[in-house]
Design a protein around this ligand. Structure first.
Ligand code: DLL
Length: 434
């Protein structure tokens, strides 16, 4: 269902006019209120009045995580703290977190946008929606919660973790929608199967998954094990949280809420615009944020935009599912390797479980890559020669895609750490001075 047809099906020319007005307001807003942006714009000799068309966005500076860290915690806020009603943060891999703030108006916008995303995925007011994102500094829990409530669904704010309790509530309450990371959905299915739960007879019908990449194979596995339709939605704390984009029922990309976000695709190295239909780094300028409006935020997420019409009737541009980040890329002996390339190989092999860890190390000055891989019980009970053949097959397939020798270590089911949040697939020991 289209939650807000007026905006979601707007004619392109009207949408662009709206975007331009909102962009102009946002640039003036930050110029007047955020010293960091006033300086950055002055240095480029750009004044808010210079933004006369959407193409003028190119005159604006990019913002990256460094700017957010340098102004920690509230330096990029555009309103005084007494107008900020909520703070969230996103933990980085190192150092201090990124802190983001919301006014009452921002919360209202966020609610509208997560309602759109949930509605596009198929949530209705009759649904019982069980939240498995954490309610805390992470934007996932609260962000999706408000949108689901706005739709009128019955929200079960179970939060992250406590898997058996999740399963119990699902059965007892008759949950119809699950909201979580895809990796947690897989874990729920795994624990449920061990407990002998029959998902097929449960009312659960739909999954709203996001916050981390999900391969097609993982999605199929979730759908087959939980007997649901799995949908993907995307967002990031720096521009709002969930609610940036989400899949509709046509399953052909994630519609971006363009009336609130202006998007560009750029070359991740040079920052130059990429052509129509080319893959590149997604850059987002929120157009209606009050407390924390960033200009041209470098997401590091790689995707492609699709402007072909969608059968659902929405005119909002679609982005492909995000499978990798520019900063995910590992350079091993000079070869560029994305974890998603390894995952794609793995999911094509029978008896491989969707749980793995890539361990990178440096020994005697040379990079070393090991893949710890969970496999089905049967593989372990096989005779030694079969196990060796299995390992060799995985290793050869990886070699043919990556051009690298990967040491493959088979581990028993349940060995790789499970998490209620975002799954961690890479352990790079080279950063630790090894
Ligand atoms: O993960 C916001 C969110 C919560 C989105 C719940 C969807 C559902 P952060 O913690 O700031 O915010 O992490 C943002 O996570 O730049 C992507 O790299 C990744 N990410 C988010 N959604 C997806 C997705 C939330 N659907 C970072 N597919 C982003 C792939 C995703 N990656």
């Amino acid at each position: 269902m289209i939650w807000n047809p007026e905006y979601e099906t707007m004619a392109r020319a009207d949408l662009e006019e709206l975007q331009l007005r909102r962009l102009q307001t946002t640039v003036a807003w930050v110029y007047e209120r955020v010293p960091y942006y006033r300086t950055a714009l002055d240095e480029r000799g750009v004044k808010p009045r210079d933004i006369r068309s959407l193409a003028d966005v190119a005159q604006l500076p990019f913002t990256d995580k460094t700017a957010l860290r340098d102004t920690y915690p509230f330096g990029l806020f555009a309103v005084p703290l007494d107008q900020v009603v909520r703070i969230h943060s996103s933990s980085g891999t190192t150092g201090k977190p990124i802190v983001v703030g919301y006014t009452k108006g921002d919360i209202a916008t966020w609610t509208e946008l997560t309602a759109r995303v949930a509605s596009a995925a198929g949530v209705r007011s009759t649904d019982l929606a069980q939240m498995a994102f954490g309610y805390g500094m992470f934007t996932g829990g609260f962000g999706m919660h408000y949108g689901l409530e706005r739709i009128g669904a019955t929200v079960i704010p179970a939060s992250a973790g406590n898997t058996e309790r999740h399963l119990m509530m699902m059965q007892d309450f008759g949950t119809t929608v699950l909201i979580s990371t895809p990796s947690y959905a897989l874990y729920l299915a795994e624990v449920g199967q061990k407990l002998g739960i029959d998902f097929q007879t449960m009312p659960l019908r739909l999954g709203l998954f996001g916050a981390e990449p999900c391969s097609d194979a993982a999605r199929r596995e979730i759908e087959a094990n939980l007997f649901i339709r799995a949908t993907d939605n995307y967002g990031l704390s720096e521009v709002m949280g969930p609610g940036v984009s989400g899949e509709c029922e046509c399953d052909c990309g994630l519609h971006i809420n363009e009336d609130h976000f202006f998007v560009e695709i750029v070359d991740p190295v040079t920052g130059e615009p990429r052509g129509e239909g080319e893959e590149g780094e997604l850059v987002i300028t929120p157009l209606t944020k009050e407390a924390f409006p960033v200009l041209r935020y470098r997401t590091h997420d790689l995707t492609v935009l699709d402007r072909t019409p969608c059968e659902c009737g929405r005119t909002l541009v679609r982005m492909n599912k995000v499978r990798q980040r520019t900063d995910d890329m590992l350079i091993i002996r000079g070869v560029n390797v994305f974890p998603s390339q390894i995952e794609d190989v793995l999911f094509k092999i029978e008896d491989v479980r969707p749980h793995y860890l890539i361990v990178v190390d440096r020994k005697h000055g040379l990079d070393d890559i090991e893949l710890r891989l969970e496999v089905a019980e049967e593989v372990f009970s096989d005779i030694m020669a079969d196990m060796v053949a299995f390992t060799k097959n995985v290793s050869e397939r990886l070699h043919s895609v990556l051009g690298l020798n990967v040491k493959v270590t088979l581990v028993e089911p349940g060995t790789i750490e499970r998490t209620a949040g975002k799954a961690r697939h890479v352990l790079d020991l080279r950063d630790q001075g090894c």
